[in-house]
Ligand binder design. Structure first.
Ligand code: F6R
Length: 258
């Protein structure tokens, strides 16, 4: 596990985008896992810039999103799908059929979740999974208490998460109470994880995720078990860490595979 502490949001975003771009360039059929939320927006902006200004090619890339609110159509302006379309996909040359996201209006959610898991495997497995972290330590919508071996499924959102999300909806009644989320067991099967956090509001969760004991009560602690995890945080998010961490990740030489 590498913990990289950067000065600010701009620097964490650029580093995460560079690491993702390196994976895209090094694979013939790259498979990427993406979160929504405010944290990855800077990374997506930089990935768009790399496409427009430096020709980063997305034509062979497949993506899987971590989660979606139950009851929201992809075209709903608060759905995770809409977020990804607006903040990344519509700006790059990805094939629409290579974009995968949980279907919040699936009639049979259990069957859909099984299909989603199978689809990840059929596509070759996720090469790099980008993650944000909730203030309560959640990853994707695996709230505290989620099994560390969980698979893609429907989850009830924690009260804190519903409260955090209320700012995006007109009334608190409109905030979805359930989500379909990749499980923690699904997430850690990705070949590489990048966990990103900024702002002091994430300092507690980051200190527990990095320096605390592994526990289902802080789902993000599971990244400690992954052999290839990079946690990239800005100084405010790192403010409660007690040990010294590095400012640059190890340079990993990549060769074209798959
Ligand atoms: C959403 C997701 C969530 C967010 C987390 C942080 O796809 O995976 O776990 O990463 O709730 O959200 P922000 O970035 O808005 O602070």
């Amino acid at each position: 596990m590498e913990v990289v502490v950067k000065k600010d949001y701009d620097e964490i975003s650029k580093l995460a985008a560079k690491m993702i771009a390196d994976v895209i360039k090094s694979k013939t059929k790259p498979v990427l896992g993406f979160p929504t939320g405010s944290t990855p927006i800077g990374t997506y902006k930089e990935l768009i810039r790399l496409h427009k200004e430096e020709g980063l090619d997305w034509s062979k890339v497949s993506t899987f999103n971590l989660d979606e609110y139950v009851g929201l159509e992809p075209k709903h302006d608060q759905s995770c799908y809409y977020f990804m379309w607006e903040n990344l996909f519509k700006h790059i040359n990805i094939r629409k059929e290579s974009i995968h996201a949980p279907n919040g209006v699936a009639k049979d959610i259990v069957a859909f979740c099984k299909w989603y898991e199978d689809e990840i495997i059929k596509t070759g497995g996720i090469d790099v999974q980008l993650l944000g972290i909730g203030g309560n330590g959640h990853i994707a919508f695996n709230e505290p208490g989620s099994s560390l071996g969980s698979r893609t499924r429907i989850k009830t959102l924690a009260k804190e998460t519903i409260k955090d999300n209320a700012r995006f909806f007109k009334t608190s009644d409109e905030v979805p109470k359930y989500a379909i989320t990749m499980g923690i067991g699904t997430i850690i099967e990705a070949r590489e994880l990048i966990l990103l956090a900024n702002k002091e509001t994430k300092a507690d969760a980051i200190s527990k995720a990095i320096e605390g004991p592994i526990t289902a009560m802080v789902p993000a602690t599971v990244v400690q078990m992954h052999p290839r995890t990079t946690i990239i945080v800005d100084k405010p998010a790192a403010s409660k860490l007690t040990r010294e961490y590095i400012a640059e990740p190890r340079v990993l030489k990549t060769t074209k595979t798959n």
